[in-house]
Design a protein around this ligand. Structure first.
Ligand SMILES: [Zn+2]
Ligand SMILES: [Zn+2]
Ligand SMILES: [Zn+2]
Ligand SMILES: [Zn+2]
Length: 333
């Protein structure tokens, strides 16, 4: 979707404060938002990594096993097959495919030599989950650590701001302040809403994203997305809600969206998707209220030249149901 082609709409025409103007999607007030205080990129800050010398007798290991298992090129942890050159310089398998058969350390021809000794050493290690500083207490054999980390409940969330190339990650409180301070999203308290989405030249636009709205209710945060895209041959608008938390918690909530005018009405009721699912994935699974453009312009009233769509909605907490299934239907099929 070509988000670059969207033009900014001036908001200086005195509209009521509930109106949400279609905005330039690449607009990012802080193109380089400062890093979160947690350093998520480096898995090596393990408890085993000795950086504190406590006394004259304490010995800092010259090179820890963990450093040996760090690829000298990309600094990621190495997993089998671990490669080495004739001079013994090691390299991860991803980097090996990138270096055109030259050892990046000594520039000699790389060949195809496995470093079995290092692979065996890795096998013997037990390491804490890399999100231990965020609260994960688990310890894993080296080779199952990665698998766990990809689904660890303590792993940070990606910024839910739609369509942007925002690479900020963090926990929910951090992301809420990031959305408010860096993306300037609309923050609302309460579980009902009534928003008007405005666009002056709706027929000229194929893809558009409106400013995200964040709702705070039941002690949780929810993101309301609204956007225009091409569904097959038909231009449509879509509104959906995402839950700022994990899938299993999202299931405790439901929401409804309603749009209509002139005696017609479209209603959507569903479970918010977790922000673990990308905004794009939710959109592509059509998991929300979809309004054909012609109908949206009909609902907008007037001469159908301008989109003025009023979307109302509500979020509520579901009764706890211990029998609720744990499986998510595959909405993408
Ligand atoms: Zn590498
Ligand atoms: Zn070498
Ligand atoms: Zn973990
Ligand atoms: Zn962001």
């Amino acid at each position: 979707m070509d988000l670059e082609s969207i033009e900014c709409v001036s908001s200086s025409d005195g509209l009521d404060e509930d109106e949400i103007h279609q905005h330039h999607n690449t607009l990012h007030p802080h193109p380089h938002p400062h890093q979160h205080h947690h350093d998520f990129s480096k898995p090596r800050s393990n408890a085993t990594n000795n950086t504190t010398i406590t006394g004259p007798t304490a010995i800092a290991p010259a090179t820890s096993v963990h450093e040996l298992l760090e690829c000298p090129v990309c600094t990621n942890s190495m997993y089998p097959p671990i490669h080495q050159c004739h001079n013994g310089h090691t390299l991860c398998s991803t980097c090996k495919t990138r270096v055109h058969n030259r050892c990046p350390t000594c520039r000699q021809e790389l060949g195809d030599i496995r470093c079995l000794a290092l692979e065996k050493v890795a096998e013997s290690l037990e390491l804490p989950c890399k999100y231990y500083s965020l609260g994960c207490p688990e310890i894993f054999p080296y080779y199952s650590k990665l698998k766990h980390e990809s689904v660890c409940n303590f792993r940070p969330y990606n910024c839910p701001y739609a369509g942007s190339e925002c690479s900020v990650v963090g926990d929910i409180p951090f992301l809420v302040s990031h959305l408010r301070d860096d993306h300037k999203v609309d923050m609302h308290t309460g579980c009902t809403f009534n928003h008007r989405y405005v666009k002056s030249n709706p027929r000229e636009v194929e893809n558009a994203t409106w400013m995200l709205t964040v709702f705070h209710c039941f002690g949780q945060y929810f993101c309301l997305h609204f956007e225009a895209f091409q569904l097959g041959m038909a231009p449509v608008y879509m509104a959906f809600l995402r839950f700022m938390g994990d899938e299993n918690e999202a299931r405790n909530y439901s929401y409804s969206l309603e749009v209509g005018a002139n005696g017609r009405k479209l209603i959507w009721e569903g479970t918010p998707r977790s922000i673990r699912d990308s905004h794009r994935k939710v959109r592509d699974s059509h998991d929300g209220l979809i309004i054909q453009r012609n109908m949206a312009l009909f609902f907008s009233g007037g001469d159908r030249k301008e989109l003025k769509l009023r979307v109302t909605g509500r979020i509520w907490k579901e009764q706890q149901n211990p029998d609720a299934g744990v499986c998510i239907p595959n909405l993408c099929s």
